[in-house]
Design a protein around this ligand. Structure first.
Ligand code: ATP
Ligand code: MG
Length: 461
């Protein structure tokens, strides 16, 4: 294994010794973390990928940055996680939720270790390192010289459910620390930087970021962005309006405009390609395969399979007739929860990491922008069907308003390409059925209703 062991002011051995003394505690603690992706499979061991001492362990408060490969049996190489480990003689009560455990032996013997993101001092250390563009061990803290980072901002950990961890500094910045680290260019930094170069106002421009080498590739570990103060996310806002039976069309139109602004800026900033028959065949084959495997996993889908299949074959028929599509970089996982509305009404789009279950190479491929649009349309449908009483007319009005907003900015109404749009919506709904059947059976009815609707001959956009 080509693991790099780095440690500031110490030897590789000391990093490995550190991991050895944490090993029994991490085996218990890691699988309990919301962001740990390998739930359900026992942890069988760890390999150190990188270790950097950010505050000396001899002090009142020690701070280590670790990149740790977590092994879960011999079949897979194991995912790499980013950990910030604090150590103290004893934990004050306010840090109780951060407890990892008491170390019995080794470099940290006698100390209590904890998730340092809960603690203000380590959070300050991270911001200061970004501000001063520090190099510690293999960690490269970098920043945009054009943005100021004040040093007196009070940090707090975001406690809502997340697949990464975020710290907010004085309602001025938000630092997203990626937890599962994959080697290579991460769209969560790549796309916001590209959008900032295009002066796209819909995405908070990255202020600073942390990188390290992983498997020989520069990889993103964290991104600092301006914090949108007092914002409400689109999902929360939509549910609130639904609960009051309020119309959401104005916001849906604004979201359509925001999506088009982001797409236009991405198309200017990064390469676009034309998708012809061959590429569309590959796209359709993927959709058909996902349908077959979903129907095996969720037999409820079986009666709908022939009609669902025809949503996809209609797309290959078009491609066979010589129709082409333009593909570009897109958000990749767009839904209401990825949009923040500031109190003044301005929308921002966040979280460009794409679907974490896919490889970075796949996530970075140009795709038709309708894929993002289909994601948002599914999101309106989810909101409408998860509120107390289903509100299909509300969702239909949002869909239309969103497409109108998109067309106002881009000049292209997504409804003029109903075959591709329906194929993407269908593909997404099938994914949702599998996800809900596995994780949230109470929600299964939401995508199943969509499947039933999409397979009704009369259902057109
Ligand atoms: N620039 C910002 N301004 C204000 N709040 C933000 C900003 N960026 C993110 N947030 C808040 O932090 C939350 C998590 O951010 P983000 O979606 O990027 O993290 P994530 O770990 O990828 O989450 P998920 O697991 O939902 O994909 C958002 O839902 C939002 O509430
Ligand atoms: Mg995410």
């Amino acid at each position: 294994m080509s693991e790099v062991v780095v440690r500031s002011g110490g030897s590789a051995d000391s990093g490995i010794g550190l991991l050895a003394c944490l090993d029994p505690l991490l085996r218990e603690w890691l699988p309990r973390q919301r962001w740990f992706a390998g739930k359900g499979r026992p942890v069988t061991g760890f390999t150190l990928v990188g270790a950097a001492e950010l505050l000396p362990v001899e002090g009142r408060l020690g701070l280590h940055h670790l990149l740790v490969r977590v092994h879960q049996g011999p079949s897979r190489p194991g995912d790499c996680y980013q950990l910030l480990i604090g150590s103290r003689a004893a934990l004050p009560p306010r840090l109780a939720p951060a407890l990892i455990g008491h170390v019995e032996q080794g470099a940290l013997a006698g100390r209590t270790v904890y998730d340092a993101l809960y603690d203000a001092r380590p959070a300050d250390v991270l911001l200061e390192a970004l501000r001063s563009e520090a190099r510690v061990g293999g960690l490269c803290f970098e920043r945009d010289p054009g943005q100021e980072i004040r040093s007196d901002l009070v940090p707090r950990l975001v406690t809502s459910e997340q697949s990464n961890s975020s710290l907010v500094y004085g309602d001025t910045f938000i630092l997203k620390l990626l937890r599962r680290i994959v080697p290579g260019v991460n769209p969560d930094l790549e796309l916001p930087l590209a959008l900032a170069r295009e002066h796209c106002p819909r995405v908070p421009p990255p202020t600073a970021w942390l990188r390290a080498e992983l498997d020989g590739e520069a990889s993103v570990l964290a991104v600092l962005q301006p914090f949108v103060r007092g914002a409400t996310d689109g999902w929360e806002l939509a549910l609130r309006e639904l609960a009051k039976s309020e119309d959401f069309c104005g916001e849906a139109r604004a979201l359509g405009r925001a999506t088009a602004e982001v797409h236009q800026a991405l198309a200017r900033a990064l390469p676009t390609v034309t998708l012809g028959h061959l590429q569309m065949e590959a796209l359709v084959d993927g959709m058909l395969e996902r349908l077959e495997s979903a129907a095996r996993a969720v037999p409820l889908l079986l009666p709908y399979v022939p009609a669902l299949r025809s949503a996809f074959t209609a797309l290959s028929d078009l491609a066979e007739e010589g129709r082409t599509w333009t593909a570009q970089r897109i958000h990749g996982d767009l839904h209401l929860g990825q949009c923040l509305r500031a109190p003044g009404g301005e929308w921002s789009v966040i979280d460009f990491e794409g679907e974490p279950s896919k490889s970075l190479a796949e996530r970075r491929l140009p795709q038709p922008p309708l894929r993002d649009i289909a994601g948002m349309l599914r999101s309106f449908d989810y909101a409408a069907h998860s509120a107390g009483a289903p509100a299909p007319e509300w969702a239909a009005a949002c869909r239309a308003a969103y497409c109108t907003g998109y067309a106002q900015v881009s000049g292209v109404d997504p409804r003029t390409d109903p075959v591709l749009l329906r194929a993407y919506e269908t593909d997404k709904a099938i994914y949702e059925v599998v996800y809900e059947a596995r994780h949230r059976p109470d929600w299964l009815a939401v995508p199943m209703k969509a499947i039933a609707r999409y397979t009704t001959p009369a259902d057109r956009f």
